[in-house]
Design a protein around this ligand. Structure first.
Ligand SMILES: Cc1ncc(COP(=O)(O)OP(=O)(O)O)c(N)n1
Ligand SMILES: Cc1nc(C(=O)O)sc1CCOP(=O)(O)O
Ligand SMILES: [Mg+2]
Length: 215
């Protein structure tokens, strides 16, 4: 059987996904402890400074900082973890990520993708998109919370993350499925007052979760 990736917290809580070091810095300062740097469609050398600085900030705040897509840089600078989608899996060297001791999060959008992801024994499974999203072009339909809850039945032994179109108002019905984390982009980055939005999301999502472990 494939070796498992290192464990992460059973409930990852509020999980902002942002596209700059500036956002990483302000959200860590605001109390976020699970976060992702997601800069799309660049060469490694174009994002290397940002990845290195984000990872350093993550360590400074003892946070769970995941790097989206740029797994080589994540290994090079010893990130807490990497997030990969199904297409990324065709290119990434999973053995190298595992041997470097990085956590791995995987995207899924249906049962077939869940089967593939679970076989790789990642640190967490993301399920999306739950609602329509303006942030990313999605080839599939939104899954909705009924489908999310159905998936949760087979995901009792692995941390889970819901993503896609999740607003503050939708958080309660998302959490009611039993999912352990809520990932958001626009609910924070497009909010009129991002500080207030972050505090309200933290209060709703983090009730009952654990603080970040010592890194
Ligand atoms: C927490 C989380 N879930 C899903 C995704 C999407 O990843 P992926 O399918 O690889 O798509 P891109 O983000 O790379 O466009 C994510 N980044 N984070
Ligand atoms: C980056 C991403 N991945 C998704 C997936 O379903 O895999 S949905 C998504 C965008 C989420 O942004 P917002 O919170 O603004 O809807
Ligand atoms: Mg990706």
């Amino acid at each position: 059987m494939t070796d498992a990736f290192p464990a992460t917290a059973p409930k990852l809580g509020l999980y902002p996904v942002v596209d700059s070091v500036e956002w990483i810095a302000r959200l860590l300062e605001a109390g976020v402890r699970t976060i992702q740097l997601r800069i799309k469609d660049c060469q490694d050398h174009e994002v290397e400074d940002a990845v290195r600085e984000a990872i350093a900030l993550g360590k400074q705040y003892r946070a769970r900082l995941f790097i989206n897509d740029y797994w080589r840089l994540a290994i090079k600078y010893n990130a807490y973890g990497v997030h990969l989608g199904q297409e990324d899996l065709d290119m990434a060297n999973l053995d190298a990520i595992r041997q470097a001791g990085l956590r791995l999060g995987l995207s899924t959008h249906d049962d077939a993708e869940l089967d593939r992801a679970l076989a790789l024994r990642p640190s967490y499974i993301a399920l999306g998109h739950i609602y329509p999203t303006q942030t990313k072009d999605m080839p599939s339909e939104p899954q909705g919370v009924v489908e999310l809850k159905r998936h949760m039945a087979r995901l009792q032994d692995i941390p889970t993350v819901a993503i896609g179109g999740i607003s503050l108002a939708r958080v309660p019905e998302v959490l009611a499925t039993g999912v352990g984390s809520v990932a958001v982009v626009s609910a924070i980055t497009q909010a009129g007052d991002w500080r207030q939005a972050t505090q309200e999301l933290l209060a709703l999502v983090e009730a009952g979760t654990q603080p970040a472990e010592a890194l």
